[in-house]
Ligand binder design. Sequence first.
Ligand code: K7E
Ligand code: CUA
Length: 688
Amino acid sequence: MTASTLASRSRHVLALMIAAGSVLACITPDALAQEGRRRRGGDQEAKPVQLSPEQTDQLTKIATDRKLNVDDLLSAAKTYMPSGRHDDYVLFSSGGQSGQVFAIGVPSMRLLRSISVFTPESWQGYGFAGEADRVIDSLKINGKVVAWGDTHHPALSETKGDYDGQFLFIGDKANSRIGVIDLRDWETKQVVKNPLTVSDHGGAFVTPNTEYVIEGGQYATVLGYGYAPIEEYKKSYRGMVTLWKFDRAKGRIDVANSFALELPPYWQDLADAGKNASDGFFFLNSFNAEMATGGIEKGNPPFEAGASKRDMDYLHIVDWRKAEAAFKAGKAKMINGFAVLSMETTAAEGILHLAPEPKSPHGVDVTPNGQFMVVAGKLDPHVTVYSIDRIKAAIASKKYSGTDDYGLPILDFDAVKEAQVELGLGPLHTQFDDKGYAYTSLFLDSAVARWTLGGEYDSLNPEPAWKLVHKTPVQYNIGHLCAAEGDSASPDGKYLISMSKWSVDRFLTTGPLLPQNFQLLDIGSTGTTMPVIYDMPIGVGEPHYCQMIKADKLQSWKVYPEVGWNPHTQSLDPNAPKKGQEGVVRDGSNVIINMTAIRSHFSPEHVEVNEGDHVTWRIVAAETAQDATHGFCIGGYNINLSLEPGEYTEFTFTADKPGTYPFYCTEFCSALHLEMMGYLHIKPKGTK
Ligand code: K7E
Ligand code: CUA
């Protein structure tokens, strides 16, 4: 081939690529979606499956070669999603120490996305927007950027006790923070830091209409970052539970209208809000009613022995409407700038009652009708079930067995207890289905237990009430579990996730650090058994809790509503540059760059600034097609943005290191993606 034919051929190829690029740019999302449906046949009517003798032979051969039995084939059929077919449920899982949330499709168990909350992550452009990044700013605690979190409990927003698909909250145990995610664009909008405590645990949980996001504490401290020697534990250390007021219209926690309850220095654990019959209450476990202070180095009993000595700890029963009334009546005092109802107030106003609960419980879970609270104690093979009717009656008739050291009334155990059900070793957490069954994780047994509820649920299943009916082994050491909408007022049944903490031999070895194992159990289609039908390794952080929502409840945006949209304010941004307004505006050493990004160029392509300039860079992704995302990075300046269709972003930096910096698009957006770049010229001081 001669040089000239080579040149003409490459011109031809280039022309084709540009043509392809502009065709792509004008295809509408609907057209793409239609094309996708046509190709995959995903909308076709389901036809009865009929295997030909050849197909049966083929299937048998594959199963034999791959050593699959019939149960394996059934599991595969229950979980396999043909290309283009969408899952029925979305699982929002805590990402543990990754500080993120993971979204996983069920039943396929495909990871759909991560959502950064407490940990900056570059693909999402979360925390990489220069010097005045609002994300980095929101992660500051006492002036320090704390750029990770130990996420434990996600909570979907609820309406009448059912997931409404609008918001997701997640707690950071290590740093006592709550993140707020807007499920229209799946982005974190707010991180609030609790000014009372260093760390927490019982959060996030929402009240039935998301009036409040509840954050229970854990390890007692001197509230408000105070100090006292450990010898003054009983006198000065305190627990807390915080009620964060949620403003649904703004999509933000309203800190000024939030408040906390001072609690005894028992280590409060998980919480759950009442609903239906128990609407207006929430419940909180505790596990160090002994108020052990450890000190193994001084010959004292270690924490794990000291905190498990007594047979009973305390379930905390909070009437949050009474608490709200006391707060609104000005009965709170301020600690570190935050409103707190003291224990004297909560006792005097009848806001807080304690009830004995067996040995170091972990989970407390309210049944869908709100009638019962299920408490599982890791050192007791039973779950203990409380009834809200009994609790209300005991409170009304003051059926106390005494008061604790802080003057809080303790309800008589036998008066409030409905049942105890023996399930096995190490029961932790409980969820529910639509057939009157409860499911409890058994950490030490490595199993999921199915058992029957009583009361109104009696008629729903054939077995006697309050009875263990089945156990499925899981691999291994299950912590939380999660059934489809299984902690809401109307669970779906069908699927259950075992969040197995140890995976040991389930996957290829990944060095000494192994993934956790999310196991999918079929709890809907098999009658009495509930087999494990999928193992999904989670190799990013150690998740704790997750919630599974029906996919069609999510009203997620496909693109931002308008070009120039600011995801932080969820409105059109007046500063967003429009097409034709691109360029550099200088005011002394303050420089504003107005830029648009559309396949396959940034405009302007050359940006000149002087060393020492303070640069404000504004970019609009002028795209309207679904998935036409661009990135924008400047190497060496720690900047990377995700520019989703329609999105407006701004970042600032000081041009303190002169040089020639290529900036480029970090998403492979088009055939000419590599050409989607430009140069930032930072002229050294003194350059003419
Ligand atoms: Cu791991 Cu809910 Cu924090 Cu139990 S918690 S396992
Ligand atoms: Cu835009 Cu790659």
